[in-house]
Design a protein around this ligand. Structure first.
Ligand SMILES: [Zn+2]
Length: 284
């Protein structure tokens, strides 16, 4: 897909069942197709795709979230799995070619592919030449988990790998609410899902796309809010979602869904009942 002069590719690690206690099963595509992801906030597990996004300009290769990264570690038992690196190969890219990594937040399913363990059991950045972007509020909140006793699923972070990236000076912590990373790629802090959750707006030659992270994980949540249990600040998340969807609809923007089961993306419209619907292509 093109957004002006930028190319946008939806990558896919496959389909997973994500459990509230943190464990994850890989599921075949058919299992997902028959499930109804109606109420991810209340069930014990949720079926989800994992779809990081690659944005390419003439000079830059930008990754939006890095997925689970299964199979990246040296000696990993996960063979024959898709991860962000096997996905990049399809586009003729090596991990070294990635210039920017923007993490919507630091939950495991969005950020674990940021690093791997090498043959000497050392943590290494998966993308050695990239600058990683994380919101300062996200980092502070994640670090603060040691001060809280009863952690909900959304308050749990696995940070060990990130200390290495921080000590390598590879992470830029963003502090403002809106930051342009490079021309046409803007990060907007939304909070809601987590305190430092941020989305990415891609804009080029009058065309726009919104990558909403966990503020809008799948197309099923366009007209419903079912994330009460998953969002740390549900009211804030709901408000931001409404506001951004309105904005994206007015702009006839393309929406990209990280947890969609089939890599769904589409331009946003309202039907006669004022419900949001996706059109795969802009009508002429
Ligand atoms: Zn999350």
């Amino acid at each position: 897909m093109d957004i002006g002069s930028l190319t946008v590719e939806i990558l896919s690690e496959g389909h997973f069942e994500l459990f509230r206690d943190g464990h994850i099963n890989r599921t075949p595509r058919t299992a997902h197709a028959t499930s109804t992801p109606k109420d991810p906030g209340n069930s014990n597990s949720v079926m989800a795709g994992i779809n990081p996004v690659l944005v390419q300009s003439d000079e830059h290769n930008i990754l939006l979230d890095t997925g689970l990264g299964w199979g990246l570690d040296a000696g990993s038992h996960n063979i024959d799995v898709s991860n962000v690196c096997t996905n990049l190969q399809i586009f003729g890219l090596q991990p070294e070619d990635i210039t920017h990594v923007i993490l919507t937040h630091l939950h495991y399913d969005h950020a674990a592919g940021s690093s791997f363990t090498d043959a000497d059991a050392k943590t290494q950045p998966t993308f050695p030449n990239a600058t990683y972007y994380v919101h300062q509020k996200e980092w502070d909140f994640a670090l603060d988990q040691i001060n809280r006793d009863q952690l909900s699923y959304s308050e749990r972070y696995r940070l060990d790998e990130f200390y290495r990236l921080v000590s390598n000076n590879q992470i830029t912590f963003l502090s403002g609410d809106i930051t342009e990373i490079i021309n046409g790629i803007t990060v907007v802090r939304t909070g809601g899902h987590t305190p430092g959750h941020q989305i990415v707006i891609i804009e080029s030659d009058g065309e726009k796309a919104y990558y909403m992270g966990d503020l809008l994980p799948t197309e099923y949540q366009l007209n419903e809010y079912v994330m009460e249990k998953a969002d740390i600040y549900p009211l804030e998340a709901k408000k931001k979602k409404v506001q951004l969807l309105k904005q994206a609809c007015n702009e006839k923007a393309l929406l990209l869904f990280y947890h969609s089961g089939n890599g769904q993306a589409g331009h946003l419209f309202r039907d006669n009942d004022k419900k949001y619907v996706l059109a795969k292509q802009l009508p002429l």
